[in-house]
Design a protein around this ligand. Structure first.
Ligand SMILES: Cc1cc2nc3c(=O)[nH]c(=O)nc-3n(C[C@H](O)[C@H](O)[C@H](O)COP(=O)(O)OP(=O)(O)OC[C@H]3O[C@@H](n4cnc5c(N)ncnc54)[C@H](O)[C@@H]3O)c2cc1C
Length: 390
């Protein structure tokens, strides 16, 4: 499928996609399915070597605004259907997803979110602390006011998603050029003319940037401001546990961002370190685990002492309002982008691939994504900063 033995790239293509993560792969699949097959995906490493290399990804439709709810909800449906289309097992487990809330104000905000989600057919609901504990027996209810819970959310495996989309795209004729770095983009007036790579130049009139945390650099090649900053995020795994771990939901403590869920025979722990500086470094430095254990001591005491046996670090691709950048450049119409998912990219990838297909084909997407245009920061438009930030 992908080839590290790729010596040269094609001389020309209708579309060049920069970045072979979940967004690039989903976009390539949806274009190919629509008959747009003269497409080259350029990935400087292996497919999924960026943020999409995360071992397990949360999937959910619980957001605080209609557009993110629709992107999450449509993607969940696509993930349920993934074994049929494109045709791969992705170990989707809809274990449910509670946000634990420890203040009346949080509870009011999330209640408004639940009302909105229900109006869009998402079966979320508010629960008592006691019900949250029944769902996740590790919890202590001390200090908890409520939880917002959706039983159809859960987690799945990003690796097989990337491979599933990529395999189907390649089968339809898309070229996946791995170990091929983009070094520049040619423009002529307000047109895209070609892409330079370490393996040659590709003439093309459309570039789609799905370069994740590295997208600002790609935008800078053509003078398009993509305000995405890289922020390291880490997680850790426990050893297989005995007695066996109960099947628990993807459980998040809203105030601290500490979260945990099943991972094979153990548990996975995560937390956003508030002191983490921006940067591209992805060295796993387990010091942040102390922050997790501090939260766990009161929220889920049994977890605080569990031994961990390793972990993973990757990059969040963060925008100023924690919402994605999706659209077509007004100044350079041949330049499209889908990036800056701020921790939601895996769960939105199927729907965003569809949207990118439609933006390229100049068809109306299933929902209006214009509030996610990168121009919103210049024009003061857009949607409100995402509240369900994890
Ligand atoms: C610890 C952690 C936990 C997360 N948890 C979740 C979660 O639970 N749910 C969820 O939805 N999301 C989660 N995310 C976020 C999610 O992983 C990302 O939003 C998503 O993977 C972004 O996909 P992408 O395809 O846009 O970017 P990436 O997967 O980063 O792909 C971009 C690709 O572009 C390539 N590239 C960059 N520059 C160039 C160049 N010049 N030439 C060629 N190739 C280039 C890179 O090598 C990379 O492979 C998490 C992220 C982390 C780090």
């Amino acid at each position: 499928m992908s080839s590290s033995a790729f010596r040269t790239v094609p001389d020309s293509a209708d579309v060049v996609i920069i970045g072979g993560g979940v967004m690039g792969a989903s976009t390539a699949f949806h274009l190919a399915e629509a008959g747009v097959t003269n497409v080259v995906v350029l990935e400087r490493g292996d497919l999924g070597c960026g943020s999409s290399g995360k071992p397990i990804g949360g999937v959910r439709a619980q957001f605080s605004d209609p557009l993110n709810i629709e992107l999450g909800s449509r993607s969940l449906r696509a993930y349920r259907d993934f074994p049929r289309r494109p045709g791969a097992g992705i170990r989707l487990d809809t274990v449910g997803y509670p946000f634990l809330l420890d203040s009346e104000r949080q509870a009011r905000d999330f209640e408004a979110g639940v009302t909105l989600q229900n109006s869009l057919d998402v079966p979320s609901r508010m629960t008592s602390p006691e019900e949250a504990r029944r769902l996740c027996p590790y919890l202590s209810t001390d200090g908890l006011v409520a939880a917002a819970y959706c039983p159809t959310d859960g987690h799945a495996r990003p690796g097989p998603v990337v491979q599933g989309y990529a395999r189907a795209a390649a089968g339809a004729g898309v070229t996946l050029a791995t170990h091929t770095e983009v070094t520049g983009i040619d423009t002529a007036g307000n047109r895209v003319a070609g892409v330079h790579t370490g393996r040659g130049r590709i003439a093309c009139s459309t570039v789609i940037c799905t370069a994740g945390a590295w997208s600002a650099r790609i935008g800078a090649m053509v003078g398009v401001d993509l305000p995405v900053r890289p922020v390291k995020r880490q997680l850790a795994f426990t050893a297989p546990l005995s007695p066996p771990v109960p099947r628990i939901p993807f459980t998040i403590d809203c105030s601290s961002t500490a979260y945990f869920h099943n991972s094979d025979d153990g548990l996975l722990f995560g937390l956003a370190d508030p002191g983490q500086a921006d940067g591209f470094d992805t060295t796993w430095t387990p010091r942040w685990l102390e922050l997790f254990r501090t939260v766990a001591r009161c929220r889920a005491p049994a977890l605080a002492g569990m031994e961990t046996v390793g972990g993973w670090a990757g990059l969040y691709e963060v925008t100023p309002d924690h919402n994605a950048l999706i659209g077509r450049s007004a100044e350079l119409p041949g330049f499209l982008y889908a990036t800056g998912f701020s921790g939601h990219g895996f769960l939105q990838a199927p729907a965003v691939g569809e949207v990118m297909r439609d933006l390229y084909l100049e068809r109306a997407p299933f929902t209006d994504v214009s509030p996610l245009s990168a121009d919103r920061f210049r024009h003061g438009t857009g949607i409100r900063p995402e509240a369900h930030v994890v």
